[in-house]
Design a protein around this ligand. Sequence first.
Ligand SMILES: Nc1ncnc2c1ncn2[C@@H]1O[C@H](COP(=O)(O)OP(=O)(O)OP(=O)(O)O)[C@@H](O)[C@H]1O
Length: 331
Amino acid sequence: MNAVLEIQGLRKTYRSRKGVRRALDGFDMVVEAGQVHGFLGPNGSGKTTTLRTLLGLIRPNGGRMALLGREVPQALPEVAGLVGAIVESPQFFGNFSARDTLSLLADAGGVERARVHEVLELVGLRDRAGDRVKTYSLGMKQRLAVASALLKNPQLLILDEPANGLDPGGIREMRTLMRNLAESGMTVVLSSHILGEIQLICDSVTIISAGRRVAAGSVADVLAQHAASAVRVRVESVADLTGSAGALREIGAQVVVEPDHLMVSGLAHPSAITRTLAARGIYVSELAPVAVDLESVFLELTGTAPVEGEHRQVDESAAAPAPTVNGGWGQ
Ligand SMILES: Nc1ncnc2c1ncn2[C@@H]1O[C@H](COP(=O)(O)OP(=O)(O)OP(=O)(O)O)[C@@H](O)[C@H]1O
């Protein structure tokens, strides 16, 4: 097996004074070597919990995980040196330069000083390496964080929301950096909800919703599997859009109401649309398959597409009905 990261049936339940929350509910994930893999999900779907659990920072309630072919958390002491990760924005001393910061980290980790110059070059900070970190932009601080994770030349790099807070230029630079790392043979896993970027950067994706995997595979495959399902529907009178949406939802479609048309997905045969609406005396004036992007697939799969009259809350993890925590590790 060529997988550098494997997760099977991962479960994590948080208990707090407010009750029990099932953050991961039998989650599966596989990342093959040499890929840039996007880990996508809405707020509260379990991405950070997954990454923190993989790195031994959180104890799961069940499931199995392996990094570089070794079962973790048991083998973490052996694989930790081969995995670079940033799961929380690291804090750097503002008065230190990037070079000072990385030299300090290199000494602490037993890494040769020559590597500091290499990683500064890799992340594009060479020319500002002597400037104090407090003069850096957010994008430069993110690159310094990536540089610190690269010091030990990891085989696998895990980044939680590396593009968070970056402007479009910063995101573009981050994208180039990720691609360069993958070309150098590193496997990169990055969590994000910036879907357009994932589509451009990543070879493969895992989409998580409410603590479960809802799609996985190459970006092209995930798009192809869902490409046929989205249809743009116009009806003769705009006044009939709301009624049409209701009728289509009754037959199981997911419908997004736009000002002058509907976006309909989740039906095996688009002919069901014309039949259903005609039965209500509503006539379709346009029925067009829509080129699907990752964003619409994501919205459909995670149930986070806007629904008329509903105001979705940000946290989509499941509030567990009863505390079923087994307290132990393993299935
Ligand atoms: N320490 C904790 N105690 C209780 N609940 C927690 C804790 N950490 C996370 N949760 C809950 O677990 C669920 C999953 O959270 P997690 O941070 O893993 O999601 P996420 O996908 O990373 O979200 P985001 O994109 O917003 O960072 C959420 O409901 C969150 O409120």
